[in-house]
Write a protein that binds this ligand. Structure first.
Ligand code: GLN
Ligand code: ZN
Length: 789
């Protein structure tokens, strides 16, 4: 474990690596344990085996530093909370015995004891008595971590999970050269992510944690560890003076306590906000993102230099996307921008962030065209890339140069591949900002009058739903039968139509005013459109962890997007033919499709979103021509694509609005455009939503209490607004009174004329019986609210 490469060499590293295994074995092992289908010893054996395979693979790849402890059985933030004894109060009492035994591990132990794992799972998944801890998005990724709950606990080294991870890694890699690099969340970021700490008290909590970090690092040093990675992605945000002083004091304390240990602070997802502060800390290695924070980090290095006593870990490969990198371009760029400031022997090259955010391997996709497979890079392929860069920098031999040239040639070939080009799309979008009519509709008040004339039968406070209706086992089976070819199109269509008809009757019976077709044909709101548009492909195994054992498989948006033929007209038209009530068409918006896909990296996200919008515009016009008067374009993912840096966010807000308008502004004034957004804090989104200019927006409010309504009224929101009057994420059927109250409160500040009533999101995950009951209560609540007007 000792022999580092000779000092005068560029070294290679990764910040973190996927956990799930090639066939998602990790997920299967966990779920079997939770379901009681395998016992703890089988589970540990399998999970340790996956970890060992991963360590072997990392060492075989030729990395100089192997990340350890980034592997987790659920979530690395949760692991750290358990390690530090930050256990939510409600679990503290009921699991006291378990917690007690966690702190008494046997010294030779390397595997995670059952008590510890069960405690972590209880916090993450909840128990019969206690709700789970909240989870939330890890910065602007689609990875969700378990939010640590601070309630003034006395932090302690409850169970030393990082030490166990090091012991296991040493067993696996006993005879290997690479250096083990345990990964921890750094003190500032850890505290910043906790719930229950007012900003003014952050520093005091960091101070409280410092002795526990010291103890932890000392234990790692005693185990022979030479370097520790402390992840501090929260340094992309500015620290106030007091926080800086505390962070300085904490790092001083760590430095003094473990003089033999190299401290490696790691940032990612954006440039650090305060470069001079970060580079002044008493650490050995500073990791910076040169992909997502490239321009700002480079400007800082150029302007302020880099401390001569530190090494720089340079994030040069995109850790969040799946495309192959032009290694030649990277090498040239490094030599031009970094080398004048930092001597090569102080470089560590690595991906921009943990590879957790990309699929494990992509070159093995057997159903994709070869040209495309050659253009992809999952985590395994990125390891090869990073080692190739290090080797080429250390040894500009002909063989290494050839590898760079080959990478450059592959990327060039992919860039210009005819399969990706659709000149007619580029042509159509050339001047979208020149032609104002393309992005603008008649004024809302005029549209409103025409729409009221078009649907005189609609009451005030009309009721509707968000689109999907319960997807029973039956519905899912039908889709599978069709996919597998067991059913032909006629049989499948017959099934879907019967289901749509049944639900038209149910919706009419309940008394819903604006009906939906139910989305029974869709497994996923992005995949469905991706499959029907040109420019997307789907992998077989491109899974990425989203939360716990849950993985998603984002589509690959690889080429210019084009509309092929109508995607939703048939089912919408069919449903409309069954009822006199208006049926609302249902589409996924351009920005959501963009944010939930892996997107090509040779075109700006802005341009890609316009291409998506252009295709959707054609679908919307087709729906309108088929007589559909209300069309909903869902944009639940707008907020999550918001850039982390405030300056970039301004531009993002502008083009996401333009993309939505490009998609929707092609319709007549009496066609009503709806949109839907959910599960985010809307307080800073009102202006953006107004600019989107949808006739009606339906929002989630159930979880955010009255604040949203207040934000919209304070900002004098004048367009239509549909309030989510109940939380669809729970099977509980809300009472009429509850929903009525919710409506009454909103109507105190919002005008009734433009007010709609709906559940707060799609109903596809709900059972049929509870859905019908809840919708009945909702229409009753609406009726009572109308009487009071
Ligand atoms: N129309 C979609 C549905 O009802 C919206 C889903 C979402 O908001 N995530 O399922
Ligand atoms: Zn929603």
């Amino acid at each position: 474990m000792t022999g580092q490469k000779s000092a005068a060499q560029v070294t290679a590293s990764v910040i973190g690596y996927p956990r799930i295994g090639k066939q998602r074995e990790w997920k299967k092992a966990l779920e079997a344990y939770w379901a009681g289908k395998s016992d703890y010893s089988q589970t540990v054996t399998e999970l340790d085996r996956i970890e060992a395979e991963r360590l072997q693979h990392l060492a075989d790849a030729g990395l100089n530093y192997i990340p350890v402890n980034d592997y987790s059985w659920y979530d690395h933030v949760l692991d750290q909370s358990v390690t530090f004894g930050i256990i939510p109060e409600r679990f503290r009492q009921s699991l006291a015995a378990q917690i007690e035994s966690c702190s008494q591990l046997d010294a030779g132990q390397a595997s995670i004891p059952q008590e510890v794992a069960d405690l972590a799972f209880a916090i993450a998944r909840g128990t019969a008595q206690h709700p789970a801890s909240e989870m939330t998005k890890w910065f602007n990724t689609n990875y969700h971590y378990i939010v640590p709950e601070w309630s003034g606990q006395e932090p302690q080294l409850l169970v030393n999970l990082p030490l166990l991870a090091v012991k296991r890694a040493k067993q696996v890699l006993a005879d290997r050269e690479a250096v083990l690099k345990p990964v921890l969340i750094g003190p500032y970021t850890f505290v910043r992510l906790m719930k229950g700490i007012p900003a003014a008290e952050r520093s005091s909590v960091i101070a409280k944690l410092t002795p526990v970090y010291v103890q932890l690092l000392q234990s790692l040093a005693a185990e022979g560890v030479q370097v520790v990675q402390l992840d501090e992605p929260a340094w992309i945000w500015a620290l106030n003076k007091e926080e800086q002083q505390q962070v300085q004091a904490t790092y001083d304390a760590l430095r003094q306590a473990v003089p033999s240990l190299d401290l490696w602070v790691q940032t990612y997802f954006e440039a650090v906000a305060d470069y001079n502060f970060v580079t002044s800390l008493p650490v050995n290695v500073i990791g910076l993102d040169f992909v997502h924070g490239k321009v700002r980090n480079e400007a800082n290095i150029k302007q302020h230099g880099f401390p001569a006593d530190k090494r720089i870990a340079i994030g040069v490969l995109d850790g969040r996307n799946v495309w192959r990198t032009d290694l030649q371009a990277v090498v040239t760029d490094l030599e031009q921008t970094i080398e004048p400031v930092v001597a090569k022997e102080r470089w560590i090259v690595q991906p921009s962030c943990s590879l957790l955010h990309v699929p494990l391997a992509l070159r093995e996709e057997s159903k994709l065209p070869q040209l495309m497979v050659d253009a992809l890079a999952g985590a395994e392929e990125k390891l090869v890339e990073i080692v190739t860069i290090a080797n080429a920098l250390n040894d500009p031999s002909a063989a290494n140069k050839e590898l760079l040239a080959a990478s450059n040639a592959a990327v060039q070939a992919w860039r210009t591949a005819p399969e990706r080009q659709r000149p007619q799309v580029r042509e159509a979008l050339k001047d979208i900002h020149q032609d104002e009519k393309l992005l603008t509709r008649e004024a809302f008040q005029e549209r409103l009058k025409l729409q009221e004339q078009r649907w005189p039968q609609l009451p005030v406070l009309p009721t509707t739903s968000i689109g999907s209706l319960p997807q029973t086992l039956d519905v899912r089976k039908a889709r599978q039968r069709f996919r597998k070819g067991e059913w032909d199109l006629a049989a499948y269509t017959e099934y879907l139509q019967a289901e749509m008809k049944r639900w038209v009757e149910i919706q009419e019976e309940i008394g819903i005013d604006v009906l939906v077709h139910g989305e029974f044909e869709r497994t996923d709101m992005v995949e469905y459109f991706g499959e029907k548009l040109d420019g997307f492909v789907f992998t077989q195994n491109g899974w990425v962890q989203s939360y716990g054992s849950r993985c998603v498989k984002p589509p690959l948006l690889y080429g210019d997007i084009a509309f092929r033929s109508a995607m939703t007209v048939e089912e919408t038209e069919f449903t409309q033919s069954l009822t006199k009530q208006p049926v609302k068409g249902m589409l996924t918006g351009p920005v959501t499709i963009l944010n939930w896909s892996f997107v090509r990296d040779d075109l700006s996200r802005e341009e890609v979103s316009y291409q998506l919008a252009w295709a959707l515009r054609q679908e919307i016009i087709a729906l309108e021509e088929a007589g559909i008067g209300m069309i909903q374009v869902d944009e639940p993912a707008v907020k999550e694509g918001m850039p982390l840096h405030a300056d970039d966010a301004v531009h993002y807000r502008k083009w996401t609005v333009d993309a939505f308008r490009l998609a929707t502004a092609g319709v007549r004034s009496d066609t009503q455009i709806h949109t839907h957004m959910c599960y985010c804090d809307f307080s800073d989104m009102v202006d953006l939503i107004r600019d989107m200019d949808a006739d009606v927006i339906s929002l989630e409010t159930a979880r955010s209490g009255g604040d949203i309504v207040e934000a919209f009224s304070r900002n004098h929101y004048e367009l239509g607004i549909g309030l989510g009057v109940y939380d669809i994420h729970s099977p509980r059927v809300p009472s009429v009174e509850e929903m009525e109250q919710c409506i009454t409160r909103a109507l105190e500040v919002l005008p009734a004329r433009t007010f709609w009533i709906n559940p707060d999101c799609g109903l596809k995950t709900r059972g049929e019986k509870e859905t019908i009951e809840a919708l009945k209560n909702m229409t009753e609540a609406a009726a009572r609210a109308r009487k009071k007007l």
